[in-house]
Structure formats: structure tokens, C-alpha cells
Ligand binder design. Structure first.
Ligand code: MN
Length: 242
């Protein structure tokens, strides 16, 4: 079976070319695969299932057209769209994946993460992540008025941009020991994640032998995907035209 992995599309009406590229990808590329995995930050922001705009409704319709073909479509929350709820999943036919999730495809065990949990040197962010991703906090947030959530979302994005300015590249990348720890915990030699926007393939030395960490890239003027076909895994890029 052939599975595809993508992440960090950061879909927003401000970047129509990326949205168009994704729709094209669904109809021409993902349709030829047996499953599609989206590993977080699919949307640039998600205020709530009750606050979807025309853009998000349109994307939802495209996703539904894809799942209506019978192919499974999996979505893992990122740090931008973790607020996606059950109504959106019902509407699109998407299956929600916890972060992390261990899958077995073609007899290969693969650990899937968004990737932000691996950036442990950014303590400030990890504290915030533990708070905002707490199921209780999340369900309380869903009860707050839309205007409040819109404000909160905007201030989170502002703070995230401002925080990045003062942080070194090393702090914003994954911590090597955190990678080893999670791969040993789940006893896998293959890890796929996004979030850092640094597409690459890294060797990892593990107790159980050698492993590989595949990092997806974000979609801007290029798109990135990982293809699993048989036992082969490849990282590929393709152009996104305006
Ligand atoms: Mn992210």
C-alpha cells in the first residue's frame, strides 16, 4: 500500500496558491495513494468549529470529496489547529490522530508527531503547550464566546511571532535527546514529523540500532511530502505556482 504524509500547509485565505496546490494535490496525487496523513498545522489558525469561514468550508468540502472515495484521511493537531473539534471531523470524514501516534504500514512501525513536543529547549513554549493542550482547558475554551477566542487566537499568533525573534535557531529546532527518548520509548526506528519547517532526513543512533528521522517541510513556494511505498520512504518536494 502507498501512504502519503504532509504537514504545515498553514492554509489561510491570504495564500490562495497554497490552497489551490492542496486541492490539486488531493485530486491528482493523494487520489492515487491508499491513505493520506496530515501531521498538523494544516490550517494557519482554528478559532472553533462554530467559527468556520467560507475558506475553511471550501477546504472541508474538498476533504469530504476525498474521504467519500473511501480512502482514509488522518489529521493530527499542530500548534496552530489543535482546536479542531468533532463537528469538523464529522463534516469531513477525517480520522483524528493523537500526537504522538504509532502506526504500522507495510510491516513498518512508524511514529508520527507534529514535532513541537520535541523542541524541549524552548521551555516557555512547552509550559504554554501543556496548559493550552490540557483537555480540560481546551473544553473550557470551547465554551467561551467567539469574540474572545478570536482575540486569543490573534494574540497567540502575535506572541509566537514575537517570541521567535529572540530565540536562537537551536532552541526552535528539536532536541536530539528528546528524539532518541521518544523513539526508544515507542521502540521504532522511523519517525516522521513536521513543525520545524526544516525538511531533511536525519540518522539517529538508538539503543535498538540505527534509526531515521524524516522531517516534512512547510508549503510556501514549494510543497513537501513523504511517500511510503512498500518498505521505501522518500521525501519529495514539488513546485507551487502562483
Ligand atoms: Mn507547528
Amino acid at each position: 500500500m502507498k501512504a502519503l504524509f504532509i504537514s504545515d500547509l498553514h492554509l489561510t485565505p491570504d495564500c490562495p496558491a497554497v490552497a489551490r496546490a492542496f486541492c490539486h494535490y488531493l485530486c491528482h496525487r493523494a487520489i492515487e495513494a491508499d491513505a493520506l496523513y496530515i501531521l498538523g498545522d494544516f490550517f494557519e489558525y482554528w478559532v472553533g468549529d462554530d467559527a468556520m469561514d467560507d475558506f475553511q468550508f471550501d477546504i472541508a468540502r474538498r476533504l469530504r470529496q476525498y474521504t467519500d472515495t473511501g480512502r482514509p484521511l488522518y489529521l493530527m493537531p499542530g500548534n496552530r489547529d489543535f482546536g479542531i473539534g468533532k463537528a469538523f471531523l464529522r463534516q469531513t470524514g477525517i480520522t483524528w490522530l493523537q500526537d504522538p501516534t504509532l502506526v504500522e504500514i507495510n510491516q513498518r512501525k512508524i511514529l508520527l508527531l507534529h514535532g513541537d513536543s520535541l523542541c524541549t529547549r524552548d521551555r516557555q513554549y512547552q509550559r504554554y503547550r501543556r496548559f493550552i493542550r490540557n483537555p480540560l482547558v481546551l473544553s473550557l475554551l470551547r465554551l467561551t464566546p467567539l469574540s474572545y477566542r478570536r482575540q486569543l487566537g490573534a494574540s497567540i499568533r502575535r506572541n509566537s511571532r514575537a517570541a521567535k525573534v529572540g530565540k536562537s535557531l537551536a532552541i526552535m529546532d528539536v532536541t536530539p535527546s528528546a528524539v532518541v527518548q521518544v523513539m526508544e520509548k515507542y521502540r521504532v526506528d522511523t519517525l516522521i514529523h513536521g513543525h520545524t519547517h526544516r525538511p531533511d532526513i536525519h540518522d539517529v543512533v538508538l539503543k535498538q540500532g540505527s534509526g531515521k528521522r524524516y522531517v516534512l517541510g512547510d508549503w510556501t513556494d514549494k510543497g513537501w511530502e513523504i511517500e511510503l511505498n512498500g518498505s521505501d520512504i522518500t521525501l519529495q518536494q514539488f513546485p507551487i505556482s502562483d
